[in-house]
Design a protein around this ligand. Structure first.
Ligand SMILES: [Zn+2]
Ligand SMILES: [Zn+2]
Length: 378
């Protein structure tokens, strides 16, 4: 029995090493590697060279197709993902750099040398790896997770990935549930995982397809205030596609007023995603004299009569915490409502009442001209 098992193992090993591997790959990998030709992939229509070594490794799940447990099944999944990305999304190739099957093989996507299409804003500085399957509530098979980590280690050894790379889940940089909550929780234990990027769903300007800014005056850090806004119009957005559309319409409106970009630094949707406006580094246009001394965060919606949903408030708090962590906001920052800077109904009575319960809330009117004099004198 034991010797039979040994023969099977030996023949499997022989089978694997008999695979014709691309130059330099075979010796470096200690897992089965399936080239694009081997899974029956189509050639890329075009490709952009990826500069090595990359800083990020982005983990995805496929959601659909589900987990595959044989080479035939996984090859079929690869072809269907590629067809979807090329035919429906109009991309030049399958989006991911690599995929890993539930049977523990790596399937070549765009590979090490081409920029992927898997995480807006990060594609040209990352390797995107998809674990084939739906990992919202189930963990991937152990061999699938082990191979994924070995693939990353191989990328470091071969000089494609920085030794101090940052491992992140797709949801940390885009408005998406990917790579599934169960898998996401798992990768937080893997080497080089960083909570830092965004420990909440985040949609960059690329993600919501913002146009480039023309006003980029740098803000002086650390910034002492956070000013909270609501939009009143547009109303609450409950889906990311609606929120992205709202971001674009606010940007267009603010551009039409000659502001050179959307006025806010960030906005937050009712689905709990933070949307990058001007970002952490530039002066916003959202609260007259306070602009030079504050980060402006808008909670998309009309919050006069009801407070925003818990998830929208939680993301707002997480975003502020991230600003402190990045050294943009002073550790002793204060939160105020727009109505404390000027005569406005913003951020809405219900939201204002809510933020007045936050630890860093500062009550009363804040006179920023006085504030300016004070920091000039000290
Ligand atoms: Zn993803
Ligand atoms: Zn406001």
């Amino acid at each position: 029995m034991a010797s039979f098992a040994l023969i099977v193992i030996l023949s499997v090993i022989g089978f694997i090493s008999a695979y014709p591997s691309p130059e330099g790959y075979s010796s470096a990998f200690n897992f089965p590697f399936v080239t694009k030709e081997q899974w029956g992939g189509r050639e890329a229509r075009t490709s952009t060279p990826l500069n090595h070594p990359v800083q990020f490794v982005v983990i995805h799940h496929s959601y659909i197709p589900g987990v595959c447990l044989s080479r035939d099944e996984c090859a079929r999944s690869m072809r269907s993902m590629q067809n979807f990305h090329m035919n429906s999304n109009g991309w030049s190739d399958i989006g991911y750099n690599f995929a890993v099957g539930g049977e523990g093989s790596v399937y070549e996507g765009r590979g090490w040398d081409a920029v992927g299409a898997h995480a807006a804003g990060y594609n040209s500085n990352s390797i995107g790896i998809v674990l084939i399957g739906d990992f919202v509530s189930n963990l991937p098979p152990a061999v699938q997770m082990q191979t994924t980590q070995e693939l990353i280690a191989a990328g470091v050894r071969l000089g494609y990935i920085r030794p101090n790379y940052m491992l992140i889940g797709h949801r940390q940089v885009s408005a998406t549930e990917c790579p599934g909550t169960r898998l996401f929780n798992e990768i937080t234990n893997w080497n080089n995982f960083v909570r830092s990027e965004h420990p909440f769903p985040f949609c960059s300007r690329e993600c919501w397809k913002g146009s480039p800014p023309t006003d980029t005056r740098p803000i002086t850090k650390p910034v002492p205030y956070v000013v909270i806004h609501h939009t009143a119009i547009p109303g609450a957005c409950n889906t990311s596609s609606q929120c992205m559309q709202d971001m674009r319409s606010m940007q267009n409106y603010h551009n039409s007023m000659g502001w050179g970009d959307i006025g806010y630094h960030f906005c937050v949707g009712s689905e709990g995603v933070a949307y990058q406006g001007r970002g952490w580094n530039v002066i916003g246009i959202h609260a007259i004299q306070a602009n030079n001394y504050s980060i402006g965060i808008c909670l998309i919606g009309d919050w006069r009569y009801e407070a925003p949903p818990a998830v929208q408030l939680a993301t707002t708090k997480a975003l502020i915490k991230e600003g402190v962590r990045q050294g943009v906001l002073s550790p002793t920052y204060k939160v105020i409502g727009h109505n404390q800077v000027m005569a406005t109904e913003c951020p809405g009575t219900a939201l204002y009442q809510h933020i007045s319960t936050w630890d860093n809330f500062q009550p009363g009117t804040v006179d920023f001209t006085k504030y300016f004099d004070k920091i000039k004198k000290t």
